[in-house]
Design a binder for this molecule. Sequence first.
Ligand code: FMN
Length: 175
Amino acid sequence: MANSPIAIEELKLNSFSIFQERWFVLMAGDFAEKKYNCMTISWGSLGVIWEKPFVMVAVRPTRYTFQFIQQYPDFTVCAFPTECHKALEYLGSKSGRREDKIAKSGLTACAAEKVAAPAFAEANLVLECRKMYTDPLHEAAFLDPAIVRNYPNRDFHQLYFGEVLAVSGDRALYC
Ligand SMILES: Cc1cc2nc3c(=O)[nH]c(=O)nc-3n(C[C@H](O)[C@H](O)[C@H](O)COP(=O)(O)O)c2cc1C
């Protein structure tokens, strides 16, 4: 089933399980320039801030994708049908620094509707986002001392809030 535009008001999904169980692929860069990279993510959120719908993603500075999301003004997050799960495992365990991991995953980058960052032809949900805020996590702000155990290498995540500019997907699944 081909993807169609979905208005934010129509979108129906469980924002906890889509991150934690199904995962997204975060893509940053520029499709026309052929400069982009992606990685699987399962930490993040969907919500509203400053009266805008937004996606928050958390990227460790050690990821190759970090260079792209830092440099370029927008990003996409894509969800996939279950048959693509192996490809998402691949994109979440290999680095684009060392190989063309998108080609090896079997997935296909394609142009997004409103942003320069690519989407994926196989995705069944695409959220196109423009960066509006970024900041690293600050260790001094961790209120639960257990949190720091996530950072043995002190590579604290950089947070990005992206305003959602467009949503497209399989309306049978998400409306
Ligand atoms: C299920 C799953 C979820 C992940 N979630 C995140 C995340 O939210 N943030 C992050 O920085 N890395 C996350 N990773 C790790 C990156 O996807 C992984 O390090 C990837 O190989 C980075 O690729 P890159 O170097 O090409 O950017 C996750 C990996 C998996 C398998």
